[in-house]
Design a protein around this ligand. Structure first.
Ligand code: GDP
Length: 435
């Protein structure tokens, strides 16, 4: 049997714990490739008590010998990339020889952040809740066909100077009374290009060669399906395709290269930023989930909104991504609750709704239909075998599988890589065993 390449992506609104899942699966893969997003992502990984927060570089970097790819679908802020590399260096983790940066990835220019802040301010009450890191404006330039790519930094200097001059003057027209000088921008990105040079490559070709050599790749998603620019809760979304389609466009690999899709979902729901969240809780219960789940953004520190597990959302994710299995995370956060609720559908003016709606007004007016289940008092934290979970927790997981239609092949019971249940006989076990 040949080795399986898999995609690991968020099945809700992000922060599901993808970093931990990618990190624990990495020893079974030769390469980890990131296909979209920017340094707005924040993957937190604990290894033997040391905390690493990775924004751009795939979490696979924490494993020696694993190749890490930043694909063409990612937008790169060179300063953020260097800061991450320096931090890894201080922890004794080198990237040379195993970090590959796509020559086709677009660059976040120094003033994209400013445009991001301005665009949010202009939207006022209708703000998206972006991380203000310039990611949206960089993707706008990409789609507007005026973006600057990594290969441009390493090519003809006069052509690059011309591009930067034009982009800066366009920006000066947008920002009233602004007279930004193009030259410092040019100098900064040229210097950045030189530092990146050793890692820059045709990442698609590198991946194809790896796969042709029988090596397997994990495709790592950032953000999540409900934040996908096409399939998410538009306009409260990110600017890229976080769902499975992004793997092909963001790395230059064909659909048949993806042998399996693992969706990561929390045992409840959270979201940062604006936009409707049907199962959102308030008051004491929300505070309790937020505190015990440490639901504060890894990139921005913003408190996350918390709610019960929404099966409509995860069913929708399963459909969009063709999920083969779920990695259910943070089950331990529900420890000690007398009751746990699962949203199985929505009640709206027009009746019941079992499919996720496109119209946000409809979603905003949707009232969750809940199933109530008994909670559990003994802890699940750190449990590594399904049969060692309290009976109520086992029943909760089994019910989630029924209402989402997807098996929970991995159950995470704590932030450390060891605090994990890998279900025997699951599809994930088969993927990892395939040789
Ligand atoms: P990501 O962007 O999807 O990787 O998610 P984040 O890193 O933003 O947030 C996930 C947080 O949950 C991190 O701090 C993880 O260490 C933590 N985490 C992951 N799995 C578990 C788990 O099963 N239990 C607990 N308590 N924390 C977890």
């Amino acid at each position: 049997m040949s080795k399986t390449n898999i995609a690991v992506l968020g099945a809700q609104w992000g922060d599901e714990g993808k970093g931990k899942i990618v990190d624990m699966l990495t020893p079974h893969f030769s390469a980890v490739a990131r296909y979209q997003g920017g340094h707005n992502a924040g993957h937190t990984v604990y290894v033997k008590g040391t905390k690493f927060v990775l924004h751009l570089i795939p979490s696979g970097i924490l494993h020696p010998g694993v190749t890490c790819v930043i694909g063409n679908g990612v937008v790169i802020d060179p300063q953020a990339l260097f800061a991450e590399i320096d931090e890894l260096g201080r922890a004794g983790i080198g990237v040379d020889g195993r970090l590959l940066v796509s020559e086709k990835a677009h660059i976040i220019l120094p003033y994209h952040r400013e445009l991001d802040v301005l665009s949010e301010a202009r939207r006022g009450e209708r703000k998206i809740g972006t991380t203000s890191r310039g990611i949206g404006p960089a993707y706008e330039d990409k789609i507007g066909r005026r973006g600057i790519r990594v290969c441009d930094l390493l090519g003809d200097r006069d052509a690059l100077a011309e591009e930067v001059r034009e982009n800066v003057s366009a920006r000066n027209r947008i920002i009233k009374d602004s007279t930004l000088d193009w030259k410092p921008v040019f100098d900064q990105i040229v210097a950045a290009g030189e530092r990146m040079r050793p890692w820059v490559t045709d990442a698609s070709l590198a991946l194809h060669r790896l796969m042709a050599d029988g090596k397997n790749v994990m495709f790592e998603g950032a953000q999540a399906t409900l934040l996908d620019i096409d399939h998410g809760t538009y306009p409260f979304v990110t600017s890229s395709n976080a769902s499975v389609g992004g793997v092909c466009t963001g790395l230059g690999v064909p659909p048949r290269a993806i042998g399996g899709v693992l969706g990561v979902a929390k045992a409840y729901t959270t979201r940062v930023g604006e936009g409707p969240l049907p199962t959102e809780l308030s008051g004491e219960l929300a505070d309790r989930l937020r505190e015990s789940g440490q639901e504060y953004g890894a990139s921005t520190g913003r408190p996350r909104r918390c709610g019960w597990f929404d099966a409509v959302v995860v069913r929708y994710s399963a459909r969009i991504n063709g999920l083969d299995a779920l990695a259910l995370t943070k089950l331990d956060v529900l420890d000690g609750l007398s009751e746990v609720l699962i949203c199985t559908g929505y009640r709206t003016n027009g009746g019941t709704l079992n499919e996720f709606p496109a119209d946000l007004r409809c979603l905003a007016g949707a009232e969750p239909i809940y199933e109530r289940m008994p909670g559990w008092s003994s802890p699940t934290r750190g449990v590594t075998r399904f049969e060692d979970l309290p009976e109520e927790a086992r029943r909760y997981v089994r019910r989630l599988e029924e209402v989402t239609g997807v098996d929970c092949a991995i159950i995470s019971t704590g932030s450390d890589r060891t605090e994990t249940i890998l279900e025997t006989g699951s599809v994930v076990e088969r993927w990892l065993a395939a040789r």
